[in-house]
Design a protein around this ligand. Structure first.
Ligand code: NAD
Length: 489
């Protein structure tokens, strides 16, 4: 934050002169048809930041209609032509980092000190802008008398629905590949953090997208979200959020037009630490994984399994690393532990901590006040306890002891989630046994979340996901297949 330049219309700390609160439809900002708004309040201090216009069903239908109208001419452009506004948007996101960091800090409490989302989003727009020419089919001479081929073509209108914890990163991971492949997009942001998506909409005008190609709505799941999920003109929907809402979207998709569905959902990620691991490094990395963004991260390692022989030493190192926080106002550049995103999230985490106190041993923290939750560790947690099975989405971790490799693998996999898993060991054979045996979309060896690979698939096994995101995966996910058979006369 301190190293970024202030941009015109912003003060040095990133506070914008005006906050955009309207819907972005057909290249214009408009108020909602029924003038309804909802308030965005700063977590913990409860100050009103903005009254944001809520997309009605009518607004949502209009956004889909203009996207449908804009799609054929957008798809007719070459990937080079489509990439130009994506690249300009990437540059604008970088320039406006201070303002975007401010908007996320006041909406959902993200410390500006850890704000890299605009940079990550910019990189995604650039990577996908360059990947447009990878969208192509294959040819085959395997049928005698025929030259056959497949074509890859855009779906038409793609809907994107995103959560509040890393809004711009999630937005970029859906919007950039959907657009470069010739689809047009209607995105609904989270009702808890709509302001950075609206800022991006403003920047998209400067970037030069044709009207209707990118439309951004603010609103709740039950109206604009549900309208998009069941819309007959939306042919693919990409969602990131809870497993609960993902299930509702999948049902709505199936009950409407069987639209293609990509679901990136919750996690309860394990990290397994063996006695031969670099314990200091493992403690630092696993503590950061569950502390960053106050634990509000889908892939955070919220279950840690440690070998019995190193239990005491690892716990000491882990607790020391996990306690190293500067808690406070997220706008303060030294803060690295902000409040929970809102009162609902705060109360949810408090309930889980109360449940943990009743079923397990509290080894660190456990206190929560005025929207903030201390880094909290539970030990002796029964494998079937609520805090072991359910996603808490806070800075709360269970540390358990194992005696054998088989026991560790069985416990790590004993979950309905399967987003990310990590193993720390210097034994290459054991590392590879775990890489094969762990039931998760991503496995870290001597590293843990949020480490991911740009050119690798990202997504969940089991109830953590359907489909994959990633450089080549997302290009493919937003393209239909068509087989063309040519009989040679
Ligand atoms: P959420 O499911 O409550 O909301 C996510 C989005 O879905 C919001 O925009 C919301 O308005 C919308 N929504 C809610 N109900 C809907 C419905 N019936 N129809 C259509 N849209 C609906 O999740 P959240 O609280 O915003 O985010 C936290 C969750 O997101 C956690 O479970 C976390 O693990 C998950 N997440 C997953 C990933 C991933 O990549 N797998 C990344 C970030 C967050």
């Amino acid at each position: 934050m301190t190293s970024t330049q202030a941009t015109p219309g912003t003060s040095v700390d990133g506070k914008p002169a005006n906050i955009e609160t309207r819907l972005f439809i057909n290249g214009e900002f408009v108020e909602s048809s029924d003038k309804k708004t909802f308030g965005i309040y700063t977590p913990s201090s409860h100050e009103l930041v903005a009254e944001v216009f809520e997309a009605s069903v009518e607004d949502t239908n209009r956004a889909v209609a203009v996207a449908k109208n804009a799609q054929p001419s957008w798809a007719e452009l070459s990937p080079t032509q489509r990439s130009a506004p994506l690249k300009r948007l990437a540059a604008l996101l970088r320039q406006h980092t201070a303002e975007l960091a401010y908007l996320e800090a006041v909406s959902m409490g993200r410390p500006v000190s850890s704000y890299a989302d605009s940079m990550i989003a910019a990189q995604k727009f650039e990577l996908f802008a360059e990947a447009g020419y990878t969208a192509k089919g294959v040819s085959s001479l395997n049928t005698p008398g025929f030259v056959n081929m497949t074509l890859r073509q855009p779906f038409g209108v793609v809907a994107a629905i995103i959560p509040w914890n890393v809004p711009l990163v999630t937005l970029a991971g859906k919007v950039a590949p959907a657009l470069i492949t010739g689809n047009t997009v209607v995105l609904k942001s989270s009702e808890k953090a709509p302001l950075t998506s609206l800022k991006l909409a403003q920047l998209s005008i400067e970037a030069g997208f044709p009207p209707g190609v990118l439309n951004i709505l603010s609103g709740h799941g039950h109206n604009s979200g549900a309208t998009l999920s069941s819309h007959m003109d939306v042919r693919a929907i990409s969602f990131t959020g809870s497993t609960r809402a993902g299930g509702l979207i999948q049902t709505a998709a199936a009950q409407s037009n069987m639209k293609n569905v990509i679901l990136e959902m919750g996690g309860k990620s394990p990290a397994v630490i063996f006695e031969d691991a670099d314990l200091e490094s493992a403690a630092r990395k696993t503590a950061k994984s569950i502390q960053w963004n106050s634990g509000q991260v889908c892939m955070a390692n919220s279950r840690i399994y440690i070998q019995d022989t190193i239990a005491e030493r690892f716990s000491r190192l882990f607790n020391a690393a996990f306690s190293e926080i500067h808690q406070g106002n997220p706008l303060n550049p030294i803060t690295n532990h902000g409040p929970m995103a809102d009162d609902i999230q705060f109360e949810t985490v408090r309930r889980y901590i109360a449940s943990g106190k009743a079923s397990a041993k509290l080894a660190l923290g456990g206190d929560s006040k005025d929207g903030f939750v201390e880094p909290t560790v539970f030990t002796d947690v029964p494998e079937d306890a609520k805090i072991m099975k359910e996603e808490i989405f806070g800075p709360v971790v269970n540390i358990s002891i194992f005696h054998t490799e088989e026991e560790a693998l069985t416990k790590a996999n004993d979950t309905e989630y399967g987003l990310y898993a990590a193993v720390f060991t210097k034994d290459i054979s054991r590392a590879m046994r775990f890489a094969k045996g762990l039931e998760a979309g991503t496995v870290g060896i001597n590293c843990t979340s949020p480490v991911t690979g740009h050119d690798l698939s990202f997504g969940g096994w089991k109830s953590s996901g359907v489909g994959r995101e990633g450089l080549l995966d997302s290009i493919s996910a937003f393209l239909e297949h068509k087989s063309v058979l040519i009989e040679i006369e």
